[in-house]
Design a protein around this ligand. Sequence first.
Ligand SMILES: *[C@@H]1O[C@H](CO)[C@@H](O)[C@H](O)[C@H]1NC(C)=O
Ligand SMILES: *[C@@H]1O[C@H](CO)[C@@H](O)[C@H](O)[C@H]1NC(C)=O
Ligand SMILES: *[C@@H]1O[C@H](CO)[C@@H](O)[C@H](O)[C@H]1NC(C)=O
Ligand SMILES: *[C@@H]1O[C@H](CO)[C@@H](O)[C@H](O)[C@H]1NC(C)=O
Ligand SMILES: *[C@@H]1O[C@H](CO)[C@@H](O)[C@H](O)[C@H]1NC(C)=O
Ligand SMILES: *[C@@H]1O[C@H](CO)[C@@H](O)[C@H](O)[C@H]1NC(C)=O
Ligand SMILES: *[C@@H]1O[C@H](CO)[C@@H](O)[C@H](O)[C@H]1NC(C)=O
Length: 713
Amino acid sequence: MGTRWSQESSADEGQPTERNRQWAPARRVLLAVLTVSLLLGSSVLLVFIFRNCGPPPCDTPVCLDLLARYVASGNSSVDPCTDFFSLACGRATGDNNPFQDLAEENKSRLRRILETPGSWDPGSGEEKAFRFYSSCMDTQAIEDAGAGPLKQVIEELGGWRISGNWTSLDFNQTLKLLMSRYGHFPFFRAYLRPHPAPPHTPVIQIDQPEFDAPLKQEQEQKIYAQIVREYLTYLNQLGTLLGGDPLKVQQHAALSITITSQLFQLLRPLEQRQAQGNLFQTVTIGQLQEMAPAIDWLSCLQATFTPMSLSPSQPLVVHDLEYVKNMSHLVEELLLKNRDFLQSHMILGLVGTLSPALDSKFQEARRSLNEKLRELTERPPLPVYPRWMKCVEETGTYFEPTLAALFVREAFGSSTQSAAMELFTAVKEALITRLKRLSWMNEETQKEAKDRVTHLQVKIGAPEWALKPELAKQEYSDIQLGPNFLQSVLSCARSLRARIVQNFLKPFPQHRWQVSAWGVNAYYSISDHVVVFPAGLLQPPFFHPGYPRAVNFGAAGSIMAHKLLHVFYQFLLPGGCPSCDNNALQEASLCLERHYAAFPLPNRTTFNSSLTFLENAADVGGLSIAWQAYSKSLTRYRGETTLPNQDLSSQQLFFRSYAQMMCRKPSPQDSEDIHSPPSLRILGPLSHLPAFARYFHCPRGTVMNPSVHCQLW
Ligand SMILES: *[C@@H]1O[C@H](CO)[C@@H](O)[C@H](O)[C@H]1NC(C)=O
Ligand SMILES: *[C@@H]1O[C@H](CO)[C@@H](O)[C@H](O)[C@H]1NC(C)=O
Ligand SMILES: *[C@@H]1O[C@H](CO)[C@@H](O)[C@H](O)[C@H]1NC(C)=O
Ligand SMILES: *[C@@H]1O[C@H](CO)[C@@H](O)[C@H](O)[C@H]1NC(C)=O
Ligand SMILES: *[C@@H]1O[C@H](CO)[C@@H](O)[C@H](O)[C@H]1NC(C)=O
Ligand SMILES: *[C@@H]1O[C@H](CO)[C@@H](O)[C@H](O)[C@H]1NC(C)=O
Ligand SMILES: *[C@@H]1O[C@H](CO)[C@@H](O)[C@H](O)[C@H]1NC(C)=O
């Protein structure tokens, strides 16, 4: 390969890299020469020696795989000093970034696990998870069952006028069943979440409902009419699929749309509620009953949140009390005049919710509605995922502990775990050293900041509980699979809801993970003061115990340092650090904004530099801290390797590994993205680090070697 990577000597920082034992005699000679050369003060000799015995290439399959990725996405004829983005990512073709690719690859790993025949104890969590996955993949059985399983559900709800018998079940009874057995909330949503205000104890919250179609009348008349038309077509399809007479279906569908649109009119935008200062209000169930009498709150909520035990004095958080009152009023009116239609409205909504578990005709109706709505509201179409991926996701949702354990067993053994922990420790130490050098923190703040880092908890891999097989097995005793896929999904969903409630009720000393073990999103939780790095993230191409350390520090190490800096976000907000030298802090912040503003933006990209400031700061700081940790590790440990045939020094490989993580085909930037576009996430932090220019020999004044360096992190 013709490359323009400059040959690099690792002697610059006096960090000899050592090889394996066969080299001992050579090392002794080297040492002697070294001493002599040091005595002579001659660095020319040194450079010569290290060039000839740099780190040996790693040619294991994982390294060759990584090499292939680098070759496929990069363009080695680009000058690293002018456009490192194109050098690393110039031939990247996918719309996904490597994080999204990794997420997909990890799902396909789960698929392989779920499709490998195994023998599991009957009734165990594994057996149920495998059986659920295979019934999800058995599309023939789902097609054969057709609308049958759904008709049965409708009957249980008292039927409807569109088809079958209509037994006029009590309204409250139907609503209660919809909420508790089917997880469908036609008029409002109810969920258990931490209270919005400290100390954040879990509380039942009543929020605005979600709708299948945006029937906001404020939008342009023409678009509104088109949305109504598409939605009507969809509801008509559902009704006829369920055996309704087309004329009657048309009537009920039209009224359902009227009801949705009336509910929409009662919604108030978040900004308006914010302005009025009543984003959420605490009321008891008894008080809510008086304010919104159409609904039997106690019995509906009790059924939904068993095993909690509720009474009229139970406090709730209501997100928009005015909406709930007006909604109750509307429901009362509809009950008087249009009871039949209200029933159909509730059931049509449920069919929409359940459509992923139904046959292809229902799914197709739903997909086509979504596609048209996205077109009308000018959003890009959603990608179409293969069936197996949806089934893996569903299985993962309902059987998370089981899948987490299977995934970790396969992909995150104890050696990977300990290598990841070692990397984290090195990065954390580098951060602590860094804190002492920050001129905008006074000594007291530095100490406080250090305490925060020392007391931070870290979770790597998977939550501890997920790894206990007994637990995983016990937890699904309430799941009944069959007789059809719809009933299996409903049973799993009920079991999951009950588990969520139970988990909230248990005193829970540990952190509740917000991602699954195979997820790729690391995060910092402010409330629990813990950073989480799931096993799914610590995979190739970001991390592997067999990679050259430069690769691990450059990618996973930078992510870790980035997340650690989230601990200090608040310091960077206006007035966020009263005891800091705010002039110095502000100067450093402005310096960083100017640094980013100086880069040319790729075509069709716009971005908001104040929106992205915090993430830019964490990118720049994260890279620099990971670099510091890597440099230190070179002096401490032996046995560094590098990638074959790349003419990359270890230091250069570190930078390449960082850049690789951000590669994506240039595409329009989402205006609400808090991250900078990929090219800036590469150029901004790399050019800010003097070592980059040093190891790539970039002349002063080139893009990658600007004269300014900001003193933020
Ligand atoms: C690689 O970069 C060179 C120099 O900028 C450019 O001429 C060439 O078209 C690029 N190749 C690809 C495949 O993008
Ligand atoms: C996750 O995806 C990467 C591909 O980027 C793959 O190499 C790795 O093996 C996957 N991990 C698992 C556990 O599937
Ligand atoms: C309606 O109810 C009658 C009597 O209860 C029953 O015989 C009939 O099968 C029901 N029809 C449907 C479609 O369920
Ligand atoms: C809710 O009802 C009240 C009283 O009838 C009315 O003043 C208010 O405008 C309604 N709010 C909305 C958003 O329709
Ligand atoms: C539902 O229950 C509430 C509370 O008991 C009651 O006020 C309301 O009238 C009931 N609705 C119907 C239609 O029975
Ligand atoms: C930017 O993109 C537009 C449309 O995609 C194209 O017409 C224009 O030539 C591009 N400009 C540059 C500088 O690439
Ligand atoms: C950029 O984002 C900030 C913070 O969200 C916002 O106040 C500002 O109006 C935005 N500027 C532009 C030009 O969109």
